[in-house]
Write a protein that binds this ligand. Structure first.
Ligand SMILES: C[S@@+](CC[C@H](N)C(=O)[O-])C[C@H]1O[C@@H](n2cnc3c(N)ncnc32)[C@H](O)[C@@H]1O
Length: 406
């Protein structure tokens, strides 16, 4: 009986690793070996094994009173991709922000006996479970620390790598201070409402990106928790989520939502599986006022807003008008190619729709399939004239600059 369970767990783990390679999340044998070695199910006992070893499912391990996730075993897909981004080598000292045990064990495999892993979590329950599960799985050399990661984990610093596993709005100075020069921070960074796992290297003056990828994470709690502004457009049914844009009271936008709308199509097509998240980051870079239009299923079903709003439709806006991306429409009979379009409301609907479409075309012409954006992080005290040109996003501790080298 035990043999059968072990055999099926091993088969599920091997299948997960094979699928992660196919999806491009695992690109090295070292990360494949680590994911093949750590018993993922030991960190979420009692959960169905098929869910645990599903490559793109997270398992929530703690929720707040309203049901929102506070902690989870992250998707194996993003964990693998972030480990590849981090380029962890044997003998390194690594800080993980946000615990659970599994990812720390993976890092433990990568650094080996000569390295060291510290994992910090703000939540005492999560620290306790991580410690218990790590010990039970035989990973006794990992330090799990209870603290707000705003201050890093100074006792074991400096670190060659910092891997952040909660959605961060800013990069606290402690992380840069506790990182070796030339070290890497991999962090799911929120920029104008979009989250990308960015691999940053520290050159002593600034952090500069070496690649990024789309991801979603539970939000950072504690000192560095951050709430975006929500402009209510229809009493909890439709809203515009904005961050780092000009404030607007939303009265005219509410009126615009219930007025007529225009629809425009770009002629820019995409295949069903091609990632287009860079188009969103491009728009967030070039638009002065950018946000995410969100809506309940009821508002979508009533026809008030398009179904693209279900996951947050990328939008641009003025005080009186807004334009958001429509759900892409099929352009062939077998449904493999889709065209991007836009829906706009308000007195400037035509002009905003045109502006949006122009930016979709500019992305298609100049950046599609290219190296993507460069993201640089400077201390908040850096003056404007010392920053490179690009979209500047001011945070509490830092100034983030996004530019698009060609
Ligand atoms: C997605 S979970 C971590 C997953 C984990 N790395 C794993 O192995 O699957 C995110 C964690 O970040 C923690 N967290 C949130 N804000 C924090 C903060 N300010 N300092 C430290 N930990 C924080 C949460 O308590 C939560 O446990």
């Amino acid at each position: 009986m035990t043999l059968n369970v072990d055999t099926s767990v091993n088969a599920l783990r091997e299948a997960m690793v094979a699928e992660l390679r196919k999806l491009g999340a695992i690109t090295s044998d070292r990360v494949a070996d680590a994911m093949g070695a750590v018993p993922r199910h030991a960190f979420v006992p009692g959960e169905p094994l098929k869910e645990v070893y599903h490559p793109t499912r997270a398992i929530v391990t703690k929720r707040d009173a309203s049901g929102s996730a506070l902690s989870s075993l992250s998707e194996a897909h993003i964990q693998a991709a972030m480990l590849e981004q981090a380029q962890v080598e044997p003998g390194m000292r690594v800080l993980e922000v946000g615990s659970g045990g599994y990812n720390a064990a993976l890092i433990g495999e990568l650094v080996g006996a000569s390295g060291h892993v510290t994992s910090v979590d703000i939540d005492p329950d999560i620290v306790l479970r991580a410690e218990q599960y790590l010990a039970a799985a035989g990973y006794k050399q990992i330090d799990v620390v209870q603290a707000d990661a705003e201050h890093g984990a100074p006792a074991n610093a400096p670190y060659d790598r910092i891997i952040v596993t909660a959605g961060a709005w800013d990069i606290p100075p402690a992380w840069s201070d506790q990182l070796t020069v030339g070290g890497r921070v991999v962090v799911p960074l929120r920029m104008r409402g979009l989250t990308r796992s960015v691999a940053f290297e520290d050159d002593g003056e600034r952090l500069v990106s070496h690649g990024y990828r789309l991801c979603g994470f539970v939000p950072m709690q504690g000192t560095s928790a951050h709430t975006e502004q929500l402009i209510e457009l229809d009493e909890g049914r439709v809203g515009l989520r904005v961050d780092g844009s000009r404030a607007t009271d939303g009265n005219a936008l509410r009126a615009a939502l219930f007025g007529s709308r225009v629809e425009r199509w770009s002629g820019v097509e995409v295949g069903g599986v091609e990632p287009v998240d860079d188009m969103d980051l491009w728009l967030a870079t070039v638009a002065d006022d950018f946000g995410l239009l969100t809506a309940t299923a009821e508002a979508i079903d009533s026809g008030l807003v398009a179904r693209s709003a279900r996951m947050g439709a990328k939008a641009i806006f003025t005080d009186e008008s807004f334009a958001y991306r429509a759900a892409a429409r099929p352009v062939d009979t077998d449904g493999t190619r889709f065209e991007f379009g836009v829906i706009a409301h308000g007195p400037e609907a035509d002009a905003l729709a045109e502006e949006y479409i122009e930016q979709v075309r500019a992305w298609d012409r100049n950046h599609r399939g290219g190296p993507g954006a460069r993201i640089e992080v400077f201390p908040a005290t850096t003056s404007d004239d010392a920053l490179p040109s690009g979209r500047v996003i001011d945070k509490q501790h830092t100034r983030v600059v996004i530019s698009w080298p060609r």
